[in-house]
Design a protein around this ligand. Sequence first.
Ligand SMILES: *Cc1c(COP(=O)(O)O)cnc(C)c1O
Length: 437
Amino acid sequence: MLESVAPDELLDRVPREFGPAPNGSLLDCLEPVLRHSNHLHHPGYVGHQVSVPLPEAALVELVSALLNNGMAVYEMGQVQSIMERHVLTFLAERIDFGEEADGVLTHGGSLGNLTALLAARQAKAGHDVWSEGASEQLGVLVSAQAHYCVARAVQCMGWGTQGAIAVDVDDAFHMTREAAEAALVAARARGIRVIAIVASCCSTATGSFDPLAELADLAKEQDLWLHVDGAHGASLALSPRYVGRIAGIHRADSVVWDLHKLMALPALNTAVLFRQGQRSYEAFAQEASYLFGSADPRDDWFDIGRRTLECTKRAMGTAAYLALQIHGTDLFRDNVERLLELTAEFAAMIDATPDFERAHDPEANILCFRHCPHDGPQAGPDLDAHQDNLRAQVLAAGRFYLVKTRLSGSTWLRVTLMNTATRSTDLQALLFALRTS
Ligand SMILES: *Cc1c(COP(=O)(O)O)cnc(C)c1O
């Protein structure tokens, strides 16, 4: 699946000169790319949260790359702008966002979270921060288990490290309402004007879903913006069986939803959805008269560049729209359900093997576990080093790609099951490979 080569060695192996004349065929030149890339379609790929893309969607991307319509304005991407809108409407309906919902597609959850938080700031700071700059210390409440991009977005906005107020999680890695409320009181006592709660849906390390309905209650009582970082988990909206895990998402002010995670599209492809659609114009409240015509931005809803950091952008909606048309929506539901079921099966498998233990119950398709045989290290740095060693050996053998993470001060192996071609027998083989490394 992946021939693992150290960076310094690969630096020498991949030719660095560009000669004046053509240097081989396209296929010859592609050879090192195929050889030295992680092959996500291999059933042993159980690593990061990136989707195993549908081939048809990748072909649409090829066509879009050739057309290269830039999409900042409708004239430079007419059908692309309409398809993006239809995709956003489809997604907003899945989370019951109501008639007024609107949004944009943007390049990734990190940029999506920044976009939503810029709108939150404009809505809740109490003055026009976009034009005037912030006049007091602003902050957002966010789980200590949240993706690092939330803190990054906050620091990009100039609020410093104190702007992302880390809320302690419970034993199952959730940010509870009680903990968020306590952090809110403490932050206000420190003089921070808290404007938003950022809920993880789900968290990256363990796939734990913050209780959205309870956090929505708190946000309402305290007049805070509720942003749901559903980069990974918003796709549970496609599954009647699992949608209960994101109950309350319809009460968010904004939701980020990565289509390149549980929706099987090539990266990057992210929806930023606003329950009150007009908020989508507030993240970037600036004018650019040479591009955009009218005074009320809503008259130019079709000029997408008003609502994203990007000017030129890829035709993300086209890949999403055509993938949904070609395959039908059931396939996306089935993918989510298959991956979550397989993860539950893996958890049961670990419970049945005394030399492995897991860090949490799986709520999504993510599971952290470790090897702790009775005749091996039992705790502390030795147990951590044991996980590092096992992972290094399994990666070197090339049949599996899994990752690791730190939880409560210890090292855990981590899988994200993204590939519907992965079978229980592959997961048995993974445990066997780890045990015998
Ligand atoms: C993956 C992820 C992100 C980052 O999204 P990118 O698309 O990789 O930029 C943010 N938040 C959560 C919860 C994620 O799982």
